[in-house]
Design a protein around this ligand. Sequence first.
Ligand SMILES: *[C@@H]1O[C@H](CO)[C@@H](O)[C@H](O)[C@H]1NC(C)=O
Ligand SMILES: *[C@@H]1O[C@H](CO)[C@@H](O)[C@H](O)[C@H]1NC(C)=O
Ligand SMILES: *[C@@H]1O[C@H](CO)[C@@H](O)[C@H](O)[C@H]1NC(C)=O
Ligand SMILES: *[C@@H]1O[C@H](CO)[C@@H](O)[C@H](O)[C@H]1NC(C)=O
Ligand SMILES: *[C@@H]1O[C@H](CO)[C@@H](O)[C@H](O)[C@H]1NC(C)=O
Length: 311
Amino acid sequence: MEKVLLIIIALSGLSAVSSHAERQYHFVYEAKNMSEAQRYCREKHTDLATVDSEEVVKLLNDMAGQHNQTQASTDRGKIEFRPWEFGRPSNEHDDQCTYLDSYKTGTWFNYDCNHALQAICFDVTGPNATFVLIESYMTWTDAQSYCREHHTDLASVRNLTENQQIVELVSGGFYWIGLYRDSWKWSDGSNSSFKYWADYKPNYIALKVCVAVAFDNSGKWEDLDCGLKKPFICYGPVVPVSMQVIKVRVQEPNGVDLNDQAFLDAMLVEAKKNLRAQGLDDNVQVAWRKQPDGQVFHKEEEEKKKKRDEL
Ligand SMILES: *[C@@H]1O[C@H](CO)[C@@H](O)[C@H](O)[C@H]1NC(C)=O
Ligand SMILES: *[C@@H]1O[C@H](CO)[C@@H](O)[C@H](O)[C@H]1NC(C)=O
Ligand SMILES: *[C@@H]1O[C@H](CO)[C@@H](O)[C@H](O)[C@H]1NC(C)=O
Ligand SMILES: *[C@@H]1O[C@H](CO)[C@@H](O)[C@H](O)[C@H]1NC(C)=O
Ligand SMILES: *[C@@H]1O[C@H](CO)[C@@H](O)[C@H](O)[C@H]1NC(C)=O
């Protein structure tokens, strides 16, 4: 199983950017699958976003909140046969291997690979699989070696019919099967162990599993098929921040309350539009600077004019 950590988001609209420490995040709303999104991020920025702390989660949530997002439909892609016991697989870090519980009609549990259990090998001839019970107790890795030496491999179980064949073959007990979990890897190769899974995730339903952030669920993560096209988040180095303060003077306010919040907001939107028209991108932030009294505009005593500051 190949798994790559991909941060995808479900939004529509423009692209947006925000920064955290030495990284700057770029939301791209054009839906792409994992490999296309990765290529795009590597060409235009550094790589797909790495989310390695609560701080980054919060930053991305804030960014997403600014742009009314909708969660795209979650087409789960190809469904593999995985008859997990309810609540499984759990997210326990050590539980990377899978056993079949024949007491429980053959449901599957993820479990620590170092435990010694009996195992099911299989022999494959053409389309047919024959399952073989191995009664000695072995760790998952030892069981895999044993099966590879004496049979085809540890059992792959493709559908309910095959699962039932195993249940009928064995008496009550726990048996290793071939499914195991690779560790997650970030697209940029960083090895942060920070995880922010949603409840009951990952569920490993998809064949090739990538990770998407669900902003309608506090930025929690879900595993999805890497072939699904989703908007995504790249990151790149932060461009140096420079700040400019511009004083604005209004000659004749004509009765308009210049310190009215709605008026101030509207002026900011206008200012940002003008900056964009002049070729500046979303990296530019525009805000009013408040004076110590909390007001933006002040009367210029001698000239009876008002002025406002912009930074
Ligand atoms: C954006 O979200 C706010 C708060 O949920 C809502 O009031 C507003 O109508 C939304 N705007 C659009 C364009 O969906
Ligand atoms: C596969 O199983 C079917 C039904 O049991 C049998 O007819 C067929 O000959 C088997 N094929 C091989 C290649 O063993
Ligand atoms: C289960 O999988 C085997 C192997 O692919 C296939 O021969 C068999 O028809 C499948 N049975 C069902 C019920 O899908
Ligand atoms: C992975 O993490 C360890 C411990 O934090 C660190 O020493 C190592 O350099 C990291 N490796 C990579 C490839 O980032
Ligand atoms: C992603 O899309 C590209 C181009 O459409 C395609 O070649 C590639 O196979 C897709 N990747 C996956 C994992 O589906």
